[in-house]
Design a protein around this ligand. Structure first.
Ligand SMILES: [Zn+2]
Length: 203
């Protein structure tokens, strides 16, 4: 089993490899500015750059368990779209999500987690209610929550809303298959240009 010392040793060893002072090779690995911001669930095993086939550092990751929105998330995404002029936010859930499993237990068995994790379940349950989802499967809950998370970013952040209204930013609500890593789009907001596979388009 991993412990704090072994975990840090692993990271430090990896960083020593990264820190080789070869500027030319490093510039091939990282990007100067993010292509998009990915607001993702923290417990997925796939890095965003892996999922979307991008260079390391080309995506700004903002992750919370169950992609729950709080002030820190909004502030980070507003920085991304306003200051870095990132033109796209992807709300990225994933199938096999432990947060959605916890939500399903709370919904059907009234089993709420302790501590701050409770806020995640409450937000996901609110997504089910707003979406009018049947909540009879993890897939249904995942779909409801990624779509409502995208809509909530618009609702709770005037800055993001202004960028979307001006067609300077779009939002894609999607989830990855836990085995294949393929992305399915459930909704798009703004001038994203996605048509195939989107179940809902809010422009
Ligand atoms: Zn998850």
């Amino acid at each position: 089993m991993s412990n704090p010392s072994s975990a840090w040793h692993r990271l430090r060893t990896g960083n020593e490899l990264f820190s080789v002072p070869d500027r030319s090779s490093r510039s091939e690995l990282i990007s100067d500015r993010p292509v998009a911001a990915v607001f993702r669930c923290a417990d997925t095993a796939m890095a965003s750059e892996m999922v979307f086939g991008q260079n390391w550092g080309s995506l700004m990751d903002v992750s919370t368990w169950g992609h729950v929105i709080d002030t820190g998330v909004l502030g980070t995404l507003e920085y991304a779209v306003d200051t870095l002029e990132v033109p796209l936010i992807v709300v990225l859930g994933h199938h096999g999500c432990t947060a959605m499993s916890a939500t399903m237990r709370a919904w059907h068995d009234a089993e709420m987690p302790d501590g701050a994790a409770r806020a995640m379940v409450e937000q996901a349950m609110s997504s089910i209610l707003r979406r009018g989802s049947a909540a009879d499967s993890l897939a249904a809950i995942t779909t409801a929550h990624v779509v409502e998370t995208g809509l909530a970013l618009l609702d709770r952040s005037p800055a993001i809303g202004r960028r979307v209204d001006a067609a300077n930013c779009g939002i894609v609500c999607a989830a990855t298959d836990q085995v294949s890593g393929r992305v399915r789009v459930y909704a798009t907001i703004g001038a994203v240009g996605e048509t195939d596979g989107a179940l809902l388009e809010c422009v």
